[in-house]
Design a protein around this ligand. Structure first.
Ligand SMILES: [Mg+2]
Length: 286
């Protein structure tokens, strides 16, 4: 018994200094790594991707000349890109008609429309992806469903066909502003969009679609995975040490959530364009 006790004592005496030394080694290695990533200068091998609305511009408004000047300055040091959910026309309305000159990468509709160095490099379409047969079944089903529900009012344009998605509005997209507000309230109480989405999910389960209820009067339908992570396939990772993303809707259900949480991307949540500028200055220019 005494022998075993002595053996354990000897073992402890031997291993404790060893493990302490190992821990010190680990801490030093960790410190060295941290120090290296902190001191590693930002360069063209750093890519920063930006959301548009709420990140580069105030919500639904145009970019300010100050923000434009800042991006120009930033681009002297690192590589930059934009990834917005809207189509390319809307993106240019917000960022300016010279938007392609401002970024190394420009992604509209989450990258379904992709430009690199001003050149269009890819264009995907919802219609091509699911095929004309399924698309028509989907459209016919939506029209039949809407013909059977009665709302306080209905207007026109119930389906908007976009490159990467269908946008479906039970009241119709060309309703007036006050009609839009009224529908939103009515929908909250009566779950018009929620019920329609549930019915579509059941009916079209085989198409592997994502349904996203956004805004006041409509919801989007698009293939799974066609969120902002879609644009990452156009980035040659051998050319970059780090890919950063800045966005304002990074919470679950927000349209920046998937790319923000992607493990190959360093995500940054921002509150407004001023915050984007402040975070970028700290990270890349100081
Ligand atoms: Mg946004």
């Amino acid at each position: 018994m005494r022998f075993v006790g002595a053996k354990i004592f000897t073992d402890l005496c031997f291993w404790q200094p060893c493990s302490a030394a190992f821990l010190v080694f680990l801490s030093l290695a960790g410190l060295a790594t941290t120090a290296r990533s902190l001191t590693m200068p930002a360069s063209k091998r750093t890519l920063a991707l930006f959301d548009v609305d709420g990140t580069l511009t105030p919500a639904r408004l145009e970019i300010t000349p100050e923000m434009k000047a800042f991006l120009k300055e930033l681009r002297e040091t690192i590589t930059i890109g934009v990834v917005g959910g809207s189509d390319f026309v809307k993106q240019q309305e917000q960022l300016g008609s010279d938007s392609l000159d401002m970024f190394d990468f420009s992604f509209a509709e989450n990258g379904l429309v992709a430009y690199k160095d001003r050149e269009l490099i890819a264009k995907a379409s919802f219609a091509k992806k699911i095929g004309e047969d399924e698309l028509q079944k989907l459209i016919n089903w939506v029209l039949a469903y809407l013909s059977k529900i009665t709302l306080p009012i209905k207007r026109g344009t119930f389906i908007e066909f976009r490159t990467g998605m269908l946008n479906i509005s039970p009241i119709g997209r060309n309703c007036a502003r006050d009609e839009r507000n009224d529908f939103e309230e009515y929908d909250l109480k009566n779950g018009i969009r929620k019920d329609m989405v549930s019915a579509m999910q059941k009916e079209f389960a085989h198409l592997d679609l994502t349904f996203s209820i956004g805004g006041q009067i409509s919801f989007d339908v698009f293939p799974k995975g066609w969120d902002k992570t879609y644009c990452l396939q156009f980035i040659d990772r051998s050319q970059f040490d780090a890919v950063h993303f800045f966005g304002d809707k990074t919470f679950e259900g927000g349209n920046d959530y998937e790319i923000f949480t992607d493990e190959s991307v360093e995500g940054h949540a921002v509150t407004a364009p001023e915050d984007t500028k402040a975070q970028c200055t700290e990270l890349f220019l100081s």
